[in-house]
Design a protein around this ligand. Structure first.
Ligand code: FES
Ligand code: FES
Length: 217
């Protein structure tokens, strides 16, 4: 190695250890990187897209639930289901499996049915969240009415989740056939096996609410 260094013009002294060389190189790289980063931060700030780090403690944020803005102070690790039930007193969405298997926690986010037990509350910021409590105004909404009319429940524990999945189907509009309806409801389970009646209720309203999704508040 020493011989090679001499032939290269002696720029790397044989007395310089590999460790010293790497440290020198690393310091140079860091020195080059710092001004770049220092320049980048103000640019990101000016553009307003600098990532904000929230948590691990409580953070304040706003959710739009059933047409109302709600300020929440909660740990960023919490699911939407936790925040709805334990911070906003909206207990319609049920915590049954807490792992995305039963659909009891289903809510609508921008009219799409999602498991609130698998959704971080923070990720629902800026989106329209609808829970089963948001369907009823002065009277039951058509999906709720269909469940009553068709006797589509037994113990009722799973019912809010089913209603939200059927409500999404109702709001979507169109003329869903039986296969489409069944497919849309595959994310919900009923331990009482009220499936035939639930299907009847779903058939009665599926596709009938196209375009009036925002009129429920
Ligand atoms: S509680 Fe969310 S899917 Fe079961
Ligand atoms: S009605 Fe009892 S679990 Fe569905």
């Amino acid at each position: 190695m020493a011989e090679k260094n001499k032939r290269d013009g002696g720029t790397l002294s044989s007395s310089v250890s590999r460790r010293t060389f790497l440290k020198t190189l690393g310091g140079g790289a860091a020195a080059a990187a710092i001004p770049g980063a220092a320049l980048a931060a103000p640019i990101r700030r000016a553009r307003g897209d600098e990532a904000r780090v929230l948590g691990p403690g409580k953070a304040k944020f706003v959710l739009e639930v059933n047409g109302q803005k709600k300020e929440v102070e909660a740990e960023p690790r919490l699911t939407l289901l936790d925040v709805l039930r334990n911070h906003l007193d909206l207990t319609g969405a049920k915590n049954i499996c807490d792992m995305g298997e039963c659909g009891g926690c289903t809510v609508l986010i921008d009219d799409v049915p999602l498991y609130s037990c698998l959704t971080l509350a923070l990720d629902a910021r800026g989106r329209k969240i609808t829970t089963v409590e948001g369907l009823e105004t002065d009277r039951l909404n058509p999906t709720q009415m269909a469940f009553v009319k068709h006797d589509a429940f037994q113990c009722g524990f799973c019912t809010p989740g089913w209603i939200m999945s059927v409500e999404a189907l109702r709001r979507k509009g169109g003329q869903p056939d039986d296969e489409t309806i069944r497919e849309a409801l595959t994310g919900n389970l009923c331990r009482c096996s009220a499936y035939p009646k639930i299907l009847e209720a779903a058939r009665a309203v599926a596709g009938k609410g196209g375009g009036d999704a925002k009129k429920h508040y």
